[in-house]
Write a protein that binds this ligand. Structure first.
Ligand SMILES: Cc1cc2nc3c(=O)[nH]c(=O)nc-3n(C[C@H](O)[C@H](O)[C@H](O)COP(=O)(O)O)c2cc1C
Length: 240
């Protein structure tokens, strides 16, 4: 069964358009691909997620920095094929809870840990400021190794729920096509990053890099792949 992980940056608005969009997208997608999706959907109010302490222990030891719900959340993300990051627009940026969640998984960017997963981004403003949010979430997902198949900007003050549903139906057809054809979008940033990191981690005595990160790249066999696309596809089929 396809597994989907979604995190919402809406803290606890009972009438949240962000949460509505995630629920609705999952429902439409399930119907459109005609198979059940095992969904794990949370926002920060459901979870205990401490701030990143900033000590760098997550980067140096390759594990989450604090013993809280992130341990369990990480397992949920890693076992999913589809990852959704959905955030309200707060002064043209992601919400604080979304940023805090991202700060806690930032160390995965060096490991390109979410390679082989497809991603959906949802930003929800009242009327303006979606672009910096969708750009930031795209960049974040790309650094994590996710192939972005849909980047949805919604405006709760302008679009009715019916209009939003219609946008989501269109986006679901794009996701379905990618799931069927398995032609995954890979960005220039992802290819460049893979090449540069591969070069760094290939050198035996390189004190510029963190040794646990180099070990991870070696253990995963990442140094043997010619480019990011080949590695991504290998991880996708391994996940399936
Ligand atoms: C702190 C804060 C800042 C906001 N900043 C913006 C903004 O820059 N642009 C905008 O159009 N709406 C802004 N809004 C409105 C929200 O983006 C809008 O209500 C959206 O629907 C919130 O998502 P939700 O419905 O999931 O709670 C802001 C709301 C809050 C609480």
């Amino acid at each position: 069964m396809l597994k989907l992980f979604a995190f919402s940056g809406c803290y606890c608005n009972p009438n949240s358009t962000t949460n509505f969009a995630v629920e609705e997208l999952c429902r439409i997608l399930e119907k459109s691909i005609n198979q059940p999706i095992e969904k794990y959907f949370k926002s920060a109010a459901d979870l205990k997620i401490e701030f990143n302490p900033g000590t760098g222990i997550d980067f140096s030891e390759g594990r989450t920095a604090v013993d809280d719900d992130m341990k369990y959340i990480e397992e949920k993300i890693l076992s999913s094929s589809i990852v959704v990051f959905a955030s309200p627009v707060y002064l043209h940026q992601v919400s604080g809870t979304m940023k805090n969640f991202i700060d806690r998984i930032a160390y995965w960017a060096h490991l390109i840990k979410l390679s082989g997963k497809i991603g959906i981004i949802i930003s929800v403003s009242d009327s303006n400021g979606n672009k910096p949010v969708s750009d930031y979430l795209r960049q974040t997902m790309e650094h994590l190794g996710i192939s972005i198949v849909s980047n949805i900007s919604l405006k709760s003050g302008v679009q009715s729920r019916e209009a939003i549903k219609s946008i989501l139906r269109y986006e679901a057809t794009k996701v379905k096509k990618i799931l069927l054809e398995e032609q995954f979008p890979i960005s220039r940033l992802q290819e460049d990053k893979f090449r540069v990191h591969k070069e760094l981690y290939s050198k035996a005595n390189n004190n510029v890099v963190i040794s646990s990160e180099r070990d991870y790249w070696k253990e995963q066999g990442m140094l043997d792949f010619p480019d990011f696309r080949t590695f991504f596809e290998h991880k996708w089929y391994e996940n399936k």
